[in-house]
Design a protein around this ligand. Sequence first.
Ligand SMILES: [Zn+2]
Length: 528
Amino acid sequence: MRKTIWIAPLLLLVPMLATAQQTERVDLNAIHRIKDEALGRDSKVMDHMFYLTDVHGPRLTDSKGYREAGEWAVERLKQYGLSNVHLEKWGPFGKSWNLEYYSGHMLAPMYQPIIAMPVAWTPGTNGVVTGEPLLVAAQTQEELDKFKGKLAGKIVLITAPRELQMVTTPLGVRYSDPELAELSTAQIQVPGLFGGRGGRGGRGGRGGIPGGLTPQAIQTFLKAEKPALVIQESTIGDGGNLFGGGQSRDANDNLPTLVMAAEHYNRIARLLEHQIPVKLQFEVKASFDDNVDSFNVIAEIPGTTKKDELVMVGGHFDSWHYGTGATDNGAGSAIAMEVMRVLKTLDFKMDRTVRMALWGGEEQGLLGSRAYVKEHFADPATMKPTAEHAKVAGYFNIDNGTGKIRGVYLQGNDMVRPIFEQWLAPFRDMGANTLTSRNTGGTDHLSFDAVGLPGFQFIQDPMDYGTRTHHSTMDVYDRIQATDLMQMSAIESSFVYLTAVRPEKLPRKPLPPPQPAGGRGGRGGRGN
Ligand SMILES: [Zn+2]
């Protein structure tokens, strides 16, 4: 008797559980075929990588490499039989910049070729610049002012030398199980604290000066002084690798500026501190053109029964110019192209249209995706959705380097959790089974999220992204892990396919209130 008393409530629970977790129709036959195409010898993802990096890289927005890579992508996507393949103009971006030549040498006290790179949008030097450098390294405005009237025509070492520590931790890492478990726990945030943002958080500190002297104050000072060349030490990294960014795209008074590998910068600084004469020689050639508009790369597979509804997949196409833009973000671009190739090759009949978009100007603040979302879906400033806004089923983005997918950032959208849990199940044995309600920032899914569209970035293994490749001279083809890219291609293809054939569009968070300029989408500042 006692037993039946206990069993009855349990039986009542069963139908309740079944409704709480709606069963998704995951076509395992289709997933099997996707795996076969994306993971096998038919994979083309590393071939896309080769053309994006070795042949056409780097792809600084609107540079020669960016434009050539765009033309190449259009050609290839057309070869695959994709529809509506085109370069979609957006703008204005600002002047396009090409580095044409760099040469750097220490001539005295000993000869040494110098590892350095011009920062983006730097003008060329006025011919060959030879001279004794001046170590400024000011921490305060007062220290900087001591150099007033002394820098014209000089080679200026602007940053303080950085003491290098021995690296005792691995350069590249994957997420451990405890780290993924921690990531999957809910994080309740108090609005207003640290901007209320979760995820990876800011990279802060890069280029910060302890004495409170801002980079802007230094630039203003230098522009008044007019040195022949400004040299910064790479703020992170060592072993000859260097990391950098860019100057203003629109200013006409940028100074020729280099970022130098730490070991070489430090040698010069030590010699100067010992009053041993140093002679350096540099030459930089750069070209600008005033074609200020840029483009995103678009391609489609038309849907069948819901042709006007959209699943989008993408990542940013642009890179910095220090390496060839392999992990940032040749990887996400190559994978998005591969997703389109796989789905087209398998000739699935998908209800919704699948649209790939490779974005420009991400590194300067998600510019390409924000312009696209504003034009097609909604302007975050007014938050008045277009007719097309209602038709978007979901957007998937890859932009965290070469590490394989470990799960998905739900971006605070708990409604997709039971769906993605079932979609990830066929990839559990490939290490992808973590869902976190947390947000991740700094990349193009934010442009969609900012106007209430379900946009997602996958959780990826960190690898050597933060230590070696992100915005560095060593962001090159060799740092790409082929099997990781194949795994990502299979999972992203599968997510795009399942979104395209799902009876309903993915659930959405409520439409956010209007965000005045510089709001949500803009908070990320410069991209990842
Ligand atoms: Zn990126």
